[in-house]
Write a protein that binds this ligand. Structure first.
Ligand code: APR
Ligand code: PHB
Length: 389
């Protein structure tokens, strides 16, 4: 089999790239290790920057998102029993869209299947060959049969644990990583959100986040020890701890209910350089990971896809490789800024095991400066809604 772009990974990155290319008449095939239902079963964030929203609309899959999403003009920062709002609209002129990653991934799958997209599920032993040459190919097994795809380019959209990044030789690849000494215990509950916008809360007991998916589906997180497991936390214990980490005004009106999903995610900052090797291009979690505090995971995947999509269109329509040649440089320039914001907000709002009293004073001073300074709120807002592509 032959295609123009072989995309490894059927998550948001791979599906969005495939759909965008399709609308430009560029052929691709998506190889996914799991099933569609498994991919859709993953619980992920859903804060979309303007850039992601515009890409979804350009891909022709923005209709349900535009109909069902929430528009958030700002967010709440809480510390102890204090809180203040940061208006994204006032400080950046833009908002963010709240629309679950599960839903946008579903919309992308529906569009690819409706438009005859080539999606192969349950693939095994994917290998990328000759990426450093002008004739790369990909082999894999499905239903026990060995398959081969010859292609012009390979898009590695296979996430942090995928095969693409590992294909780049260690003599070429440089990796940068920070592992945080805590995790996030998250639950999903079929309850109305405690507030109409998100609440990011610093407390003596640890970070908490109040988020949502829709008017009757809430997403809550509390910072937890890496030695915890979800089984250590009953629903009652989770709700009690969450209430102790957010201002009383919200704790008193929090509507609790049974968790329909409960999981712990570790926090990590990670970047690999370069994001291109020959005809192989890394996108999204395959190349970088951010702690979820800044809601950048999906949005950093979006800017990678933006740069790669435009580079591929420029190549096929103008036979000009300039966009592809600059892909890694342009993607990384924006990735590092998102990494900084995610790292900074994580440091601002979490309790570290080895924090001194002085460290706590520094955290509080920085939160209070953020509360009092238009300039600081402008910096926060511009980063949160998304820096320019
Ligand atoms: N072969 C084929 N598919 C693979 C392989 C492989 N060897 N390894 C992983 N995959 C698939 C995974 O099953 C997954 O569906 O690649 C997909 C990668 O999707 P994500 O991990 O969601 O990464 P990405 O598409 O870049 O989206 C980033 O997802 O994880 C969140 O927080 C992250 O919101 C961000 C977004
Ligand atoms: C979520 O709704 O899952 C979410 C929202 C904002 C974040 C992280 C996660 O910063």
């Amino acid at each position: 089999m032959r295609t123009q772009v072989c995309i490894i990974g059927g998550g948001p990155s791979g599906l969005l790239l495939s759909q965008l290319l399709h609308r430009k008449g560029i052929d691709s095939i998506v190889l996914e290790r799991k099933t569609r239902d498994y991919v859709l079963g993953r619980i992920r964030a859903g804060i979309l920057e303007t850039g992601f929203v515009e890409l979804m609309r350009e891909a022709g899959v923005g209709e349900r998102m535009d109909r069902e999403c929430f528009i958030h003009e700002g967010t709440v920062i809480a510390y102890g029993n204090e809180e203040f709002g940061i208006s994204f609209r006032e400080h950046s002129g833009r908002d963010v869209v709240v629309y679950g990653q599960t839903e946008l991934t579903r919309d992308l799958y529906d569009a690819r299947e409706a438009e005859g997209g080539k999606l192969v599920f349950n693939v095994e032993d994917v290998e990328i060959h000759d990426a450093g040459t002008g004739s790369p190919f990909v082999t894999y097994r499905v239903d026990g049969a060995e398959q081969r795809i010859d292609c012009d380019f390979v898009a590695g959209c296979d996430g942090f644990h995928g095969v693409s990044r590992q294909t780049i030789p260690l003599t070429v690849r440089r990796e940068y990583e920070k592992v945080y000494p805590f995790g996030w215990l998250g639950i999903l509950s079929e309850t109305p959100p405690v507030h109409d916008e998100l609440i990011y809360s610093w407390s003596e007991r640890g970070f908490a986040l109040c988020s949502m998916r829709n008017a009757n589906l809430s997403r809550y997180y509390i910072q937890c020890s890496l030695s915890d497991s979800p089984a250590d936390w009953s629903d009652a214990a989770f709700w009690e701890e969450l209430k102790r980490r957010i201002p009383e005004a919200h704790a008193d009106v929090l509507i609790t209910g049974p968790s329909i999903e409960k999981s712990i995610a570790p926090l990590r900052s990670f970047v690999t350089e370069p994001m291109r090797w020959g005809r192989l291009f890394l996108c999204g979690d395959a190349a970088h990971i951010v702690p979820p505090t800044g809601a950048k995971g999906l949005n950093t995947a979006a800017s990678d896809i933006h740069y790669l999509y435009h580079g591929l269109v420029q190549f096929y329509e103008e036979r000009d490789a300039e966009g592809l040649d600059r892909y890694s440089e342009k993607a990384l320039a924006r990735i590092w800024k998102a990494e900084r914001f995610s790292w900074a907000t994580t440091n601002l709002l979490h309790r570290y095991p080895d924090q001194s009293e002085f460290d706590l004073k520094m955290q509080r001073a920085e939160i209070e400066f953020l509360r009092s300074s238009d300039a600081a709120q402008t910096v926060f807002a511009q980063n949160y809604v998304g820096l320019p592509y």
